[in-house]
Unconditional design. Structure first.
Length: 55
């Protein structure tokens, strides 16, 4: 997988999945970027909290 410094994240998914996903996001009136950033921030925060309690 290529890693760069552009700030872009690119993934390839099934076109039908993409269509359903975008439709679901539109119903929630949220962009893919906003959804992704929120999910990523929660993931990072949860990952960080777990390390605090590990020995």
């Amino acid at each position: 997988m290529a890693v760069g410094d552009s700030g872009r994240i690119v993934i390839e998914v099934d076109p039908q999945f993409k269509k359903k996903f975008r439709k679901a996001l539109a119903l929630k009136e949220i962009t893919l970027k906003d959804w992704f950033v929120k999910q990523a921030e929660e993931f990072i925060e949860n990952n960080h909290q777990l390390k605090i309690f590990e020995k």
